[in-house]
Design a protein. Structure first.
Length: 582
């Protein structure tokens, strides 16, 4: 608008100003045309019209700045991009490689020397761009729980490890490349290379064996071995002190952010991990209750309470109803009609109970009023319950829990009552009174797949036939197999007072019986078999079941279990693995 006033003055009194302006303008234009500074009307015309104009020869043949003159057709400025060469180390984990996307203007370099951007293993003295977690693993029925880092490095260098009978470390070519870049080359006899699809089957067929895999490739048939007591499947895991935390470094000759390449910062995000502990029989009656009266309500949890409370989800199978009319407990009772004093719920509070299973045979021992009273107590504590309820409809319904993005559906039923009596029993819920859910395999064969299709990990628990051997009875194998075929992730036997063995079928982890958690069968079973039991700690990550830790416990009296000593644990696991159907 200012120039408009001077060039087209509406006021004749401004003619003098206009004349002065024209003289000055022509003088400046003449200087520009005779100078080396660019005022290029051809360029302005090209940019304004997008026509491919060929310009005249430059004023000086020594000038090379492409903005000074035009000798070729001018491309669209929005299409001009500088090209960068990026080199990705060939051993990068598959998940990392799949996540990386090259922005416009980036091309793969054939070698690292030719690249101006590289991604490769660094060292712990450098600030890592990405930390990749690997796991030392062995087949699930492996006795050792871990090694030291010194033992692992000595094995890498060719020394035999006594617990693994000189077996080489199994791994893929990618993992070998990563560890070689980090530790240096191994002894050729210390490593055996297999494809990712072959590792697990080979390890199971050649026990004892061990392997190293990326965290994202964990699955329940692997047992994760701790290194210096650090394990990536535990909640207290510290990647900065873990020997298989591998740093990857993005190096660049210019400023480049990892997110420009979609480079993941890690393969283990704590916010996606969930731990679930499953337990066996809880029955706060008889000698257990009597001991609690003498030594304190929370006495049974003295040694294992933190193991239960630390889990994200704690499952308790409480078979006994609470009743305000429950008499003072006696260590010996001729009758098997059970109840618990309502004050005993403090024990369940202490161990961090989240979900309660109600499939037990004794849930209706004190009648409908006590059962409904118990359900109200659970509701008051905001505890979910399943496998039993106020009527058959409620008893049959699953309950849902979501934690860290992992979605769970708990469902269970009682078949042991019918198996033992061959007729319906009072423990089973009906349309008119409370109790446990009766097993209906036709319904379960459609309900479990529907829950899986909806994105839930199905946790199924049985109250099945009680028997006192370690091995699996054929009847249990058949019924647990039906639930496996339907697609349950975890199938756990809650009825067993003596622990039973394990199996993997399809995509299911099966534990036929865990044994007692809080019950008074101390020194009761043959060879004191009921003195020992399991707590199963299942680990889920990003919607998948990736691992199970077997926590082994031993009763010291009628109420309190403790963690086993190393010798006790070795003997117990040897016994249980040999009794299992692999």
């Amino acid at each position: 608008m200012v120039y408009g006033h001077f060039l087209y003055p509406k006021n004749p009194s401004r003619k003098m100003a206009r004349g002065i302006f024209v003289v000055v303008y022509l003088f400046i234009l003449g200087l520009s045309l005779g100078s080396c500074q660019l005022i290029n009307p051809i360029s302005e015309h090209v940019l304004a019209t997008d026509e491919p104009i060929i310009g005249a020869s430059p004023a000086s043949p020594t000038r090379t700045n492409p903005t000074d003159y035009i000798t070729q057709p001018v491309p669209d400025p929005s299409a001009t991009q500088s090209t960068h060469l990026i080199w990705l180390a060939p051993y990068l984990p598959e998940m990392m490689q799949a996540a990386i996307t090259l922005p416009v203007g980036y091309k793969h370099a054939p070698t690292s020397a030719e690249a101006d951007v590289t991604i490769q293993v660094g060292d712990m003295n450098m600030l890592p761009t990405s930390q990749w977690i690997y796991a030392l693993v062995a087949p699930f029925p492996t006795i050792p729980d871990g090694v030291t880092f010194d033992e692992l490095i000595h094995a890498w260098e060719g020394d035999t490890h006594p617990q693994f009978d000189g077996s080489p470390l199994l791994m893929t070519e990618s993992t070998l490349g990563v560890l070689t870049a980090f530790w240096g080359a191994p002894n050729p006899q210390a490593v055996r290379l297999l494809s990712g699809d072959e590792l697990l089957a080979y390890a199971w067929s050649n026990k004892p064996s061990w392997a190293i895999v990326p965290f994202e490739e964990l699955e329940p048939r692997w047992k994760v071995l701790a290194i210096d007591d650090q394990s990536p499947i535990r909640k207290d895991f510290n990647p900065s002190t873990y020997s298989l935390t591998i740093p990857f470094i993005l190096s660049s000759d210019f400023s480049l952010h990892p997110e420009s390449l979609s480079l993941p910062s890690t393969n283990r995000d704590t916010s996606r991990l969930t731990t679930l502990v499953m337990t066996g029989v809880t029955a706060l009656v008889r000698a257990t209750a009597y001991t609690m009266e003498l030594k304190g309500i929370t006495y049974p949890a003295l040694d294992i309470g933190s193991v239960l409370a630390d889990a994200d989800i704690t499952h308790i199978s409480n078979e006994i109803p609470f009743s305000p009319d429950c008499p003072y407990p006696s260590p010996s009772m001729p009758s098997l009609v059970f109840c618990s004093n309502p004050k005993y719920i403090e024990l369940l509070e202490t161990i961090g109970t989240d979900v309660i299973e109600l499939t037990g045979d004794h849930f209706m021992d004190y009648g409908a009023d006590a059962t409904l009273y118990t359900l109200e107590m659970y509701q008051d504590h905001s505890w979910l319950y399943y496998g039993g309820g106020a009527n058959s409809g409620e008893a049959q319904q699953p309950v849902f829990i979501e934690n860290n993005g992992n979605r769970f559906a708990f469902i269970g039923c009682n078949i042991g009552c019918q198996v033992k009596t061959e007729i319906p029993c009072d423990a089973i819920a009906t349309a008119n009174h409370p109790g446990a859910a009766q097993c209906d395999f036709d319904w379960l064969s459609t309900e479990i797949p529907a829950l899986r299709e909806a994105g839930y990990q199905v946790i199924f628990t049985f109250q099945h036939r009680e028997y006192y051997t370690y091995t699996t009875e054929p009847l249990l194998a058949v019924d647990f197999g039906k639930i496996s075929a339907a697609g349950a992730t975890i199938i756990s036997g809650s009825q067993a007072h003596q622990p039973h063995g394990f199996s993997f079928e399809d995509e299911s982890y099966i534990h036929y019986g865990l044994g007692n958690l809080f019950f008074d069968q101390f020194h009761y079973c043959g060879y004191y078999a009921c003195d020992d039991a399991f707590i199963d700690r299942h680990v889920f990550y990003n919607g998948r079941h990736i691992s199970t830790e077997l926590i082994t416990i031993h009763f010291v009296d009628y109420a309190r279990p403790r963690l086993m000593t190393l010798d006790e644990r070795v003997h117990f696991l040897e016994l249980m693995f040999s009794a299992s159907d692999w």
